[in-house]
Design a binder for this molecule. Structure first.
Ligand code: SF4
Length: 480
């Protein structure tokens, strides 16, 4: 399925966005809804909101975009809410795996929303099942929820600390109890999480773009191993697990995060523009125009143009209304491939030597189609320039890449990839260049899919599976 998935684009896929919010005096579900819409890019297959009202947790979730799942919020009454928007690989895309996950015990109840991937799910699931847990889903997120609910007798904040000692991997989690919203982040801070202030209340979310529609102001990033506690007393933050070296996913800066979000103090848009500037220095090209692959290639193409002096030119338009769908294209449409999504502006392309700027090459299927489309429209040369360094290793921390053997850069030399995609030349930004563009030391990032050095140890069994199958997040849980 992956290899031919040109319909949705050959992109690594983010696995979720989370939010937690307290809006004293008003309905939190409404604010959660608008924040989730701002996080829609992080997952388009299912969405869910849980609220607490009258000492109880109520929840609704469904398949599809946030706006399709929630056309009415009248059943979700309460001043505190958490929300989740999910991407999942095809097989496990079922409502049972949608989040938040609701867990009840004799001590209390919670709802949990998770972004990321645990690497010790199998071990924890085995333990939970041995203890008699009735696991309802294949998601590692349910493991987090079950462990939390089993430790609620310690108090919810202590329960988080206990659970953080047990779970290993990448996670940004929001939790709702009958009187509290929590947010916590793994000790390496791989997946992003930020906290903000509303005119009345507080919010925690995967990205700061979720703050904009609700008028919240960014306070800070949630630190590695930190927990945010929001209740009637306001906001507190505590260190729930000892922080390790901070290893934010570099791919958040390159592609996943929305350009209007902030991470590590940088506006993502600006960081991407600087990546384009670095790329122009490292991988110059003799050409007439710089064309971005919309939308994600735009800031980097502007940066490339600025440094190279080659004019920026939009050479294709993106249909912004195509989202993941269960309606499959017929064979003829499949042959048209990328044209379902991108439409060339012929007059701007014809007879031109083009620098084509994109964010990443995974399997190279889409790049190949775009290059062909430009050449078919009369482009004289296409010089492909990519802001992500070559992706050679799988991700175990919540990003759905291909299996290792499907990754173009894991199996081909740069020259072979260049020939494969039919480009005149190909150049990737170096890891050092990408890191320089963000303005933080390389030690502050996870770079594992580029350099193979995993900041959180990955069990052998899991890495073997990734070589054959890919989609580590789902397989890690389905398999057990
Ligand atoms: S392996 Fe790559 S995609 Fe995964 S968290 Fe690390 S940098 Fe991000």
């Amino acid at each position: 399925m992956h290899g031919e998935d040109t319909w949705h684009g050959d992109r690594p896929k983010e696995e979720c966005g989370v939010v937690g919010i307290w809006t004293p005096g008003s309905q939190a579900a409404r604010a959660a809804f608008f924040s989730l819409q701002a996080l829609q890019h992080r997952g388009q297959e299912s969405a869910g909101i849980a609220v607490n009202g009258g000492g109880q947790v109520t929840m609704r979730k469904g398949m599809g975009l946030v706006g399709a799942v929630f056309t009415d919020l009248s059943d979700l009454q309460g001043e505190m809410a958490i929300g989740h928007t999910r991407y999942s690989t095809t097989g496990a895309s079922v409502l049972a795996n949608a989040q938040p996950i609701h867990c009840v015990s004799t001590v209390g109840e919670i709802a949990v929303a998770h972004n990321g991937n645990l690497v010790n799910t199998k071990e924890l699931r085995d333990e939970l099942i041995a203890e008699g847990a009735d696991l309802q889903t294949t998601a590692d997120s349910e493991v987090i929820a079950q462990l939390l609910v089993r430790n609620l007798h310690l108090g919810v904040v202590n329960a988080v600390a206990v659970v953080m000692k047990r779970i290993q991997g990448a996670y940004a989690v929001t939790v709702l109890t009958p009187d509290m919203v929590l947010g916590f982040r793994d000790p390496h801070g791989v997946r992003p999480m930020v906290v903000g202030r509303l005119a009345e209340g507080f919010i925690v979310a995967s990205e700061s773009c979720a703050f904009v529609p609700v008028g919240a102001e960014l306070i800070n990033e949630v630190g590695p191993g930190e927990v945010v506690i929001i209740d009637q007393n306001g906001l507190r933050m505590a260190q729930a697990a000892p922080p390790q070296a901070h290893n934010l996913c570099l791919f958040e800066m390159i592609y996943f995060a929305r350009p209007d979000s902030r991470m590590y103090g940088s506006l993502i848009y600006d960081a991407r523009e600087r990546m384009g500037m670095e790329l122009a220095v490292e991988k110059p090209a003799d050409a007439d125009i710089v064309v971005p692959v919309p939308d994600s290639g735009v800031p980097a193409a502007i940066g490339y143009s600025r440094v190279s002096g080659i004019p920026f030119c939009e050479g294709m338009m993106k249909n912004r209304y195509i989202h993941r769908t269960f309606i499959q294209p017929d064979q003829r449409m499949r042959e048209l491939g990328v044209r379902m999504k991108l439409s060339p502006l012929e007059d701007r392309i014809r007879h031109k030597r083009i620098v084509l700027v994109d964010d990443s090459i995974v399997r190279a299927t889409t790049t190949r189609q775009i290059v062909k489309m430009l050449l078919d429209q009369g482009a004289k040369e296409v010089h492909v320039r990519i802001t992500a360094p070559p992706i050679k290793h799988p991700c175990f921390y919540g990003i759905d890449m291909a299996s290792t053997k499907e990754l173009a850069a894991a199996t081909m030399t740069e020259k072979q990839i260049c020939n494969h995609v039919g480009a005149t030349s190909l150049g990737y930004l170096s890891i050092a260049g990408a890191v320089r563009a963000v303005g933080r030391p390389a030690s502050e990032f996870c770079l594992a899919c580029f350099d193979g050095r995993y900041p959180i140890a990955v069990p052998k069994e899991l890495s073997k599976m990734a070589f054959e199958e890919g989609a580590v997040g789902e397989l890690a849980t389905v398999k057990v």
